[in-house]
Ligand binder design. Sequence first.
Ligand code: NAG
Length: 328
Amino acid sequence: MLFALIVLSLFGIIKYINYLTNVRCKSLKNLAGKTILITGGNSGLGLELAKNVATRGGTIIIADKNDATETVNELIKESNNINIFYEFVDFASFKSVRAFAQEFKTKYRKLDILVNNAGVGSGLGKTEDDLETTMQINYFSHFLLTHLLLDILIKAPHSRIVFSSSAAAYVTNLNKDNLKCCSNQNMFLRKIFSYSNSKVALALMSKSLAEKLKGTQVTCYAHHPGLVKTNIFKSTPIKGIWFLPVLILWTCAWLWGKDTDSGIQTMLHLITADKVEKKTGKFFMECIPVWQPPVVHNNKLREDIWNLSEEYVKLKSNERIDTILKIT
Ligand SMILES: *[C@@H]1O[C@H](CO)[C@@H](O)[C@H](O)[C@H]1NC(C)=O
């Protein structure tokens, strides 16, 4: 009897949390005339976002490592929007990111909305650029890409940059010594924090970028989409230290997880809502700005991470933000 009661109330609570955390974007804004780049747009939340945005008009470019030609054809059929394109990019390689940015500017020439969404759940190996895989795919490559596209973003009126961060950004051990892979690292901590550190780095970047872009019309936002049933942790091995955390995460996703349509609502809000521009640099959940992850409040660390990131992605002096702001 008592057991049944506990189970029933548990389901009640779960239902209530589900109800509270399913805020929807109310804007019906049409995006015709806008050029929108979605990284990782061939699966999960990126794909769901592409689907929605396709129906709002606009030119959509899906940048992904996996060939999205079929996805694009389906999107065109479903939405009757013929301006949907696929471009290859491998976010584990700065060479590939640079080639993509160059190609993008030549082909599309303008950019109104950049959605820095591509990401992986785990990956501790080193990339060809001597950085940790998760950190490079989720963060460093987007740091580089954003810089390379900044001039055309600045030229577009009221352009926006959206960073797919995560609530994991609230539990991290990021500092300037472990930003770059593996110098004197405790492997156990590294495994635990590689994902959350990459996600908090995006939140740090968003806040810093908003400050540096004051005086331009570009605004930027980081957000947590909620716990969504996507495949991002599929590649995480369920063994060793991963067993318990992954099991808990999967159970939670199964019980509380949103579908991808609910998962894109905050992103949609950040892309379409008119009033949001005053909230540049803030961290969003369920379409509202919330208290930033603790590390983001540390201004000195934020500046250190920015400067080190410039160094690690090998940014050229004419690609740095102060130079770009001077010449555009
Ligand atoms: C970061 O780089 C800028 C520009 O080079 C410099 O002025 C600033 O002092 C650096 N900040 C830190 C914390 O090293």
